[in-house]
Design a protein around this ligand. Structure first.
Ligand code: BTN
Length: 264
C-alpha cells in the first residue's frame, strides 16, 4: 500500500504523492512510510487526512518520540479552527472524545480519557493524540493508536503501559475500517463543536475522565496537587484542593498531569 511522502516537512523521498481516496467527508492520502503524518498534513486543507503504515519520526507530546511500527494506526486529520476561544480550547479534548466514540462504536468498553486526551483502557494507553497548528485557521489532529503493532519491542518500558486494540476485540479489524470510523466521529464532533459550541460536548467529555483522581500538576515548573474533577464550561481544568477550594487552570498552564490515585 501507499508510497513515501514527497513534499513538505514530512518528506523523506522523491516518490509521487499517492492518489487520494474519499473516506466519508474526508479526502484521504495513504502512505507506506513518512517521517510524521502530522508534518505531511501541515500543508493540506480542511477535511483532509493522512495515514501511514509506519512513521520514521513519529512525534508525541512534550517533544517525545512516538514509536510508530507496522500494524498501528498513524493518522492525521486537518480540521477547521473555530473563531470562538472556548471552542478552540476544547478542540484537543473534543478530539479525544471523537476517538472514544469511534472505539465505542467498534465495541471497545472501559475506555477513559487522561488529561488532556490520552485514551486509556485499564490504565494502559491505547491511543495518544497530538494537536498541531501550522497555519492560521486549521489544526492538525494526530492520532496514534496501537492495533497489532508491538511498541514494547522498540521500547521495553512500554510493555506494561500500553494497550493494543487486537487484545481487546474478538474479530480482526482492518486499518481501513478503523480509519473510516474514527474520521467519521471526528467530523461529527467537530461539526457539533462548531455549530453548538463547547457546552454541547463538555458533559460527554467530562463523563470520560472516570472516577475523580488525585493528581499532581506541573504548572510549567510549579507543582500543584489536588483532585481532578473535570473541565468547567470555559474549558479549564478543575482542581479541588485540600483546603476545600477549587482552582481552574487553562490547558496551556498545565505542562503535565500525573495521576496519583483514584478516589473510588
Ligand atoms: C502522545 O504523546 O500521546 C501523542 C502521540 C501522537 C502520535 C500520532 S501518530 C500520528 C501523528 N503523527 C505524529 O507524528 N504524531 C501523531
Amino acid at each position: 500500500m501507499g508510497t513515501t511522502a514527497t513534499t513538505g516537512p514530512g518528506a523523506i523521498s522523491t516518490s509521487a504523492i499517492p492518489p487520494s481516496s474519499r473516506c466519508g467527508n474526508w479526502t484521504l492520502y495513504e502512505y507506506a512510510v513518512v517521517a510524521s503524518t502530522n508534518l505531511v498534513a501541515a500543508n493540506l486543507g480542511a477535511w483532509t487526512a493522512v495515514r501511514a503504515d509506519t512513521q520514521t519520526n513519529g512525534r508525541g507530546r512534550f517533544q517525545r518520540t512516538w514509536v510508530s511500527d507496522l500494524g498501528g494506526l498513524w493518522l492525521s486529520a486537518v480540521v477547521p479552527l473555530s473563531h470562538n476561544p472556548v471552542a478552540r480550547k476544547v478542540l484537543p479534548l473534543a478530539a479525544g472524545l471523537a476517538v472514544c466514540d469511534g472505539l465505542h462504536e467498534l465495541g471497545i468498553s472501559g475506555l477513559r480519557l487522561r488529561w488532556p486526551n490520552d485514551v486509556l483502557v485499564n490504565d494502559r494507553k491505547l491511543a495518544g493524540l497530538l494537536i498541531d497548528q501550522f497555519v492560521p485557521g486549521l489544526a492538525v489532529v494526530g492520532i496514534g493508536l496501537n492495533v497489532t503493532n508491538q511498541p514494547e519491542a522498540h521500547d521495553p518500558l512500554l510493555a506494561h503501559r500500553t494497550a493494543r486494540l487486537v487484545d481487546l476485540i474478538t474479530s480482526p479489524l482492518e486499518l481501513a475500517t478503523l480509519t473510516q470510523v474514527l474520521l467519521s466521529h471526528l467530523h461529527n464532533v467537530m461539526i457539533d463543536l462548531s455549530h453548538r459550541g463547547a457546552p454541547a460536548l463538555l458533559s460527554r467529555i467530562n463523563k470520560l475522565w472516570g472516577v475523580p483522581r488525585r493528581v499532581e500538576l506541573d504548572l510549567n515548573g510549579t507543582p500543584r496537587s489536588g483532585t481532578f474533577t473535570g473541565v468547567d464550561p470555559e474549558g479549564r481544568l478543575t482542581l479541588s484542593e485540600g483546603t476545600g477550594g477549587v482552582t481552574f487552570y487553562e490547558a496551556h498552564q498545565v505542562r503535565h498531569l500525573t495521576e496519583i490515585g483514584a478516589l473510588s
